[in-house]
Design a protein around this ligand. Structure first.
Ligand SMILES: O=C(O)CCC(=O)C(=O)O
Length: 268
């Protein structure tokens, strides 16, 4: 569990920068598992959503006891996972994330508390485009607009428009296996990868059963409160690549039908 000074720091700043989670070898194993998905897809994937629903290794990562302990310290004992995203910046590529608040485009979370864990599967440095955050920015919701940059990895290409003082922003440099935790409303960005190796992060999105009904599949990570308004999924039990990728394609198709717009991943 987090200690009281970590909890106060999170409540004040909106993030915790550097927490140990996996060993270097465990992080490398997870990166290798993602590499297998890339090879099976025959493309370099820049973003890959929902791995925790279809691959046991990704579910295990998203529900590591130390990760859930940290989340429980901040959200309480009832925890749901509503999303995961692997972000993978290829070496020397222009892919980046514009300044944004996740809360601006996740209205379905409603007033439920929500946070994101960002787990480094490779080291995450200034050179390869680590996460950068603006402390205390979680208190104000800012206006966003579409940003038509081809290399903004955000699905809706969003970018904050309100003038903000970014001089107080902080880089979150992590070793492979470390993680940071951010409030969903914290303003953040990350620059392009100027190094010779990929930069890969595994993002897990947490909330509580108070989350509004959503068409997203939800995994209960801790607790037992009734969640009848949510679509609860069972954890995946296998790492079979073909079955996992097929299942995920099916989910993307279903979400595309519900939204009447194709839902797909970006590949480089
Ligand atoms: O992986 C990154 O560098 C940033 C991810 C991010 O901003 C997001 O998923 O909202």
């Amino acid at each position: 569990m987090l200690n009281s000074s970590e909890i106060s720091r999170y409540q004040r700043d909106g993030f915790l920068p550097r927490l140990g989670l996996l060993s270097k070898n465990q992080a490398a194993d997870c990166r290798r598992n993602f590499g297998q998905i890339e090879r099976a897809s025959s493309k370099t994937l820049v973003r890959f959503e929902w791995a925790h629903l279809f691959f046991a290794w990704a579910y295990d990562l998203a529900t590591q006891p130390a990760l859930l302990d940290a989340v429980e310290s901040l959200l309480g004992p009832e925890i749901v996972i509503w999303g995961s995203l692997i972000t993978n910046k290829p070496p020397r590529s222009e892919y980046h994330f514009a300044w944004h608040q996740d809360s601006a485009f996740c209205k379905f979370v409603g007033s439920a508390p929500a946070l994101t864990a960002w787990v480094a599967l490779t080291e995450s440095t200034l050179e390869n485009g680590c996460l950068k955050v603006l402390p205390e920015s979680q208190r104000t919701e800012l206006a966003h607009t579409a940003d038509d940059s081809e290399f903004n990895i955000l699905r809706q290409n969003q970018s904050v428009t309100a003038p903000v003082d970014l001089t107080k922003s902080k880089n979150i440099v992590l070793r492979a296996g470390e993680m940071s935790i951010q409030d969903m409303a914290l303003l953040h960005t990350s620059n392009a990868n100027q190094s010779d190796s990929p930069r890969t992060g595994f993002i897990v999105r947490f909330s509580t059963p108070e989350i509004k009904a959503t068409d997203y599949p939800i995994i209960r990570a801790r607790g037992s409160r009734a969640c009848r308004h949510l679509t609860l999924w069972e954890p995946p039990v296998s790492n079979d690549l073909e079955r996992g990728l097929q299942g995920r394609d099916g989910l993307l198709e279903t979400l595309g039908r519900i939204r009447n717009a194709p839902v797909s991943d970006y590949s480089a």
